[in-house]
Design a protein around this ligand. Structure first.
Ligand SMILES: *Cc1c(COP(=O)(O)O)cnc(C)c1O
Length: 562
């Protein structure tokens, strides 16, 4: 245990004389919380401070095997332990966790939370209210409504008509969009499920289609997040209902390809090679997980509008959504005005503590299609009716937010976003996004300098501007380059050896524990690349150091194995 001395002292002071003979605490709840917070404050800030020291490893263990060998957790099957042991246990948790406050955890699309977020989580825990109905959680529900409206304004949607919910992550937000589209476009879905849809399509005069051709289809790009596949499974559609649309070499969905696939599926002459089914949902990605690419929403929306039957346009902006705050970057999402729904994860780029994700709907009334009666919980539910004005329906709906989704108990995650938005302002969020983007550009430029140009290979450009060969967003994909003079006849062979070098770099970095980064295969079979995420809070010095390490480790490996 490497607990700092003042922390151990704080624990001792806080636990001294607070127990009766059985070790039970003898104070009121507010006194107990004061004591816990006092110790937690010491533990947490000491750990953060340790993270801020440049020599602190990003993680204590480089793999889960050594973690398991060195740390053992046990529940207490007897009378429970006293506070001192409890605080020691908390200290052990911190001590063995990945420390995001190092600023060198560049492995994932999330990073250290904003400091404010740590306080917001405490507030949320103290209120401990369930955001399923407004009577139980009045302020958490208002915070959700307020943020959902503000996001709708960012999208250019009519605020009175739109609506939205927090969900436990982008995958859940995407799934809610698919569920809502199904129950809105196919009223039979609610009672008869997917089987009812075939019947309904037949009733609509689409006879002549085989059962397979009545399968509801989701269209999404090859580079989109796997949660769309999971959503198809969860909704009872299955993977065969997901049509993967090809991407261009910048990782963006090809709108022409989408148009061809949609019209082939809708056409009466459904041929063997066309998608077998009835399109109802197109997912476009704003900020893809690996390359950070942005699908062209304007063009995709135009393709959707042209179809003979309504097609729901969803935008998975789990990662890239915050560009909407920036005057200069929001063009990456131009066309969002026309989308039916959007997922955005403030717990990624905006550093709200996990979890915080929103599912937003341009026409909030669609969410009524998910509702059920549960008279013991949702009082006053019958006050929503189709005759009401949008604003009235919205007010009635917002009494019972859980009716709109498929969960019951809900965390009030919106509170964290609400407080962060108050603190940073939209302008602060814009600066944050722009800083991350300029860091990515700086790193790409660095890799192009003579010091690195022959030692490192950049992944294909992902910027959306055709004249720009920079990064689309905050990801930089790169890997060791073949030593000068070395070449392979077969592209396949080259990509294999460079993928191996990439994985070696990844493993070596893990053992060194200074940086955490990830690697991923890039499209068109070109193999694995290191994927670096330039979070806005990272320092340029750290990023330069990392680039240098990748170059050196790669050179060593390739001169040995190449
Ligand atoms: C991260 C991500 C998701 C999933 O979000 P979770 O909160 O991890 O469920 C979905 N789509 C994209 C593009 C993402 O980057």
């Amino acid at each position: 245990m490497t607990m700092a001395r003042d922390t151990s002292e704080a624990i001792r002071a806080a636990t001294n004389g607070q127990h009766d003979a059985h070790g039970a605490a003898m104070s009121s709840n507010s006194e107990k919380v004061a004591r816990y917070l006092e110790v937690i404050q010491k533990l947490v800030t000491a750990w953060m401070k340790e993270g801020e020291n440049d020599r602190t490893p990003v993680a204590k263990w480089s793999d889960s095997k050594s973690l398991r060998e060195n740390v053992r957790l046990r529940v207490h099957e007897g009378d429970g332990v006293g506070d001192e042991a409890l605080f020691e246990a908390m200290s052990e948790v911190l001590d063995n966790s990945v420390n995001p406050w190092t600023g060198r955890f560049l492995d994932k699309l999330y990073a250290a939370p904003q400091p404010l977020g740590v306080a917001s989580e405490t507030l949320l825990a103290a209120i401990n209210a369930n955001a399923h109905v407004m009577s139980a959680s009045p302020m958490l529900c208002l915070a959700e409504e307020c943020c959902a409206s503000a996001f709708a304004r960012l999208c250019g949607w009519d605020e009175a008509r739109s609506d939205g919910l927090t969900m436990p992550g982008g995958s859940s937000s995407n799934t809610l969009a698919v569920q809502t589209a199904l129950s809105t476009l196919f009223p039979f879905f609610h009672t008869d499920g997917v089987l009812g849809i075939g019947q309904e399509l037949a009733n609509r005069g689409l006879q002549g289609r085989s059962a397979a051709a009545c399968r509801p289809l989701i269209f999404t790009s090859e580079q989109s997040h796997y949660s769309l596949d999971k959503a198809a499974i969860a909704c009872g559609l299955g993977l065969s209902s997901v049509v993967k649309v090809a991407c261009d070499d910048r990782g963006r969905m090809d709108p022409k390809e989408l148009e061809l696939l949609l019209s082939a599926a809708f056409s009466k002459e459904n041929t063997a090679s066309s998608p077998r089914g009835f399109p109802f949902f197109v997912n476009a990605t704003s900020g893809s997980t690996v390359m950070g690419s942005f699908d062209q929403l304007d063009e995709i929306a135009a393709v959707c509008r042209k179809q003979p039957h309504p097609v729901w346009l969803h935008v998975d902006a789990s990662w890239g959504g915050p560009v909407l705050f920036s005057q200069s970057a929001r063009k990456l999402m131009s066309g969002i005005e026309a989308a039916d729904s959007m997922a955005i994860n403030p717990h990624k780029l905006l550093n709200i503590p996990l979890q915080c994700s929103f599912a937003l709907f341009r026409n909030g009334n669609a969410l009524d299609n998910n509702a059920l009666d549960a008279p013991y919980l949702f009082h006053g539910r019958d006050s929503t009716s189709k005759e009401q004005k949008d604003a009235e329906r919205k007010l009635a709906r917002r009494e019972n937010p859980a009716l709109m989704a498929y969960g019951c108990g809900r965390r009030g995650d919106a509170l964290k976003m609400y407080l962060a938005w108050l603190s940073a302002g939209s302008v602060g969020f814009a600066r944050h996004v722009e800083r991350g983007m300029s860091l990515a550009r700086e790193i790409v430029d660095l890799i192009r300098t003579p010091a690195y140009a022959s030692r490192l290979e950049l992944g294909p450009a992902s910027a959306s501007d055709e004249d720009d060969d920079g990064p689309a967003f905050l990801q930089v994909c790169f890997r060791p380059a073949l030593p000068q003079g070395q070449s392979f006849k077969e592209e396949q062979e080259r990509s294999e050896i460079l993928s191996k070098a990439t994985r070696h770099v990844y493993e070596t970095l893990k053992v060194r524990k200074r940086f955490a980064v990830d690697f991923a295969p890039l499209p068109r079979g070109i193999g694995d690349f290191i994927r670096l995420v330039t979070h806005p809070s990272t320092t340029v010095e750290n990023l330069r150091d990392l680039v240098e390490q990748v170059a050196v480790i790669g050179e060593e490996y390739l001169s040995r194995e190449g």
